[in-house]
Design a protein around this ligand. Structure first.
Ligand SMILES: [Zn+2]
Length: 464
């Protein structure tokens, strides 16, 4: 029996079914699944659901529309070598499992399988539409922020709790806090959305071959021998997304922060498929960069006629370089160059510490002086000292060697003192009195330890 169910834009199939179940008066789950011709223990995946053919017939939506608009299939169709296997499984009974075919490693992202929603979107939708939906773009693995509201997504764990066997509407916000998202999570979410939109319009095409490689070529990122300039690509990614260290805990895997993953992304021979978010990040960064390249060539004329006099007079009046750059839509670097060539003094970056100060901090750190004392003697914060120590190669490991040597020295002194003040102690008694020092020297330098201990005594035979 058909049960027409118009799905909203960007709504997941699960979300539509949850609404239908609620509208039907929340009947027992098994009965509702029977109506949909689903096995009663079937789990409905949040973004790669199966049984699209039979569900589509019942809710009177074409299975192709369900596949392309209400699941994340388009993304996998653009990155997998053989996406037909996946679509077959999703149209049919989900065997072999779509998650297996998509090779999506949640564990690789250090994130659990969950269904995500934006609490602000949900509140707004309840007012305007009367109900909130599970958005498809929020379900993309690795996306942790809502672009519209710039807040962190909330998530409900799936899997063990069996939530995907039930039909759950987006929960109402009770005590949950709304947390502003980090800029990096937002730019990652933006990249993911851009990639999803591209894939929805173009799937199934091989995104590496049809988009990424031509863009790399237009940006001059190929060597003469035809290899990709991976270092340049990594620099571009770091410039686009910035330092991942700024992102909040658990938002994104820190192991991705240097974008080392691009090495494996282009490995064709192994047929290795990476996490979809990695493709999205590279896709969005390259699109942005090639767009900028084309606008730059269009605007070349304007750039050459940048009014130098006006820039200099604005800078002389104390207008910030950022404001000037915005006014003439040029980079801040360019404005800075003009201002410096024109001999106008500017206060840009004037709060940064002098290089000589950094050098003295490094010297003191190498001498093994503790961080508090370095900070006090140079009149800087301890945070700056820690930053210098961790940023200068080799200093941190050198300091731990110094610390270890100091420990050994103290242990030698302690043993020597005990031996000299208590002549009657035996080797065993000394070991019992100073067990930590004894163990340290035993591990570090046995000969030194034995040279410090008193002469061995002859064993006393039993019974005397
Ligand atoms: Zn939102």
């Amino acid at each position: 029996m058909p049960y027409p169910l118009p799905l909203e834009r960007d709504e997941t199939l699960y979300s539509g079914l949850a609404r239908a179940w609620t509208l039907a008066g929340c009947p027992p789950i098994q009965i509702f699944k029977q109506l949909l011709n689903l096995p009663c223990k079937h789990r409905i995946h949040s973004y790669l659901p199966a049984y699209l053919q039979s569900i589509g017939e019942i809710i009177t939506v074409s299975p192709e529309v369900l596949l392309m608009r209400h699941t994340l299939y388009p993304i996998f169709a653009c990155i997998l070598r053989n996406p037909t296997e996946l679509s077959k499984s999703m149209f049919g009974s989900g065997v072999p499992s779509p998650t297996l075919l998509s090779r999506i490693p949640h564990v690789g992202m250090h994130q659990q399988y969950s269904m995500k929603y934006c609490p602000v979107c949900a509140d707004e939708e309840r007012v305007t539409r009367g109900f909130a939906i599970w958005h498809l773009v929020h379900q993309m693995p690795g996306v942790m922020a809502c672009i519209k509201h710039k807040v962190q997504l909330h998530s409900l764990l799936l899997g063990d709790d069996g939530l995907d066997r039930q039909f759950r509407m987006v929960p109402r916000r009770l005590e949950q806090k709304i947390i502003v998202s980090s800029p990096i999570a937002i730019s990652v979410a933006t990249a993911a959305e851009q990639f999803l939109k591209f894939c929805q319009g173009n799937a199934p095409v091989n995104v590496i071959k049809t988009v990424i490689q031509p863009k790399l070529a237009s940006l001059g990122m190929y060597t003469n021998a035809g290899y990709i300039r991976l270092a340049a690509l990594k620099t571009l990614l770091i410039d686009t997304y910035g330092s991942w260290l700024e992102c909040q805990q658990d938002e994104l895997p820190l192991s991705w922060r240097q974008f080392e993953f691009v090495d494996t992304l282009f490995r064709e021979k192994t047929g290795f498929v990476s996490h979809p978010l990695k493709y999205a990040l590279v896709f969005a960064a390259l699109s942005k960069s090639s767009d900028m390249n084309t606008t730059e060539t269009h605007n070349n004329k304007e750039h050459s006629t940048l009014p130098t006099e006006q820039v200099l007079s604005l800078a002389a009046r104390g207008i910030s370089l950022n404001m000037i750059a915005k006014q003439f839509s040029v980079s801040r670097c360019k404005v800075r160059r003009i201002v410096e060539l024109g001999g106008v003094k500017h206060a840009s970056n004037s709060l940064s510490y002098a290089p000589s100060l950094r050098r003295s901090a490094v010297m003191k750190a190498i001498l093994g002086i503790d961080r508090q004392s370095i900070a006090a003697s140079l009149n800087v914060g301890i945070g700056y000292v820690e930053q210098v120590i961790s940023n200068t190669p080799g200093v941190s490991s050198w300091r731990s060697t110094l610390k270890h040597n100091k420990k050994v020295k103290l242990a030698v002194e302690a043993l020597r003192y005990l031996r000299d003040t208590h002549n009657d102690l035996s080797r065993t008694q000394i070991r019992e009195k100073l067990p930590a020092q004894y163990a340290l020297l035993y591990k570090e330098n046995k000969e030194l330890l034995f040279s410090l201990l008193p002469q061995k005594k002859a064993p006393i035979p039993p019974g005397r």
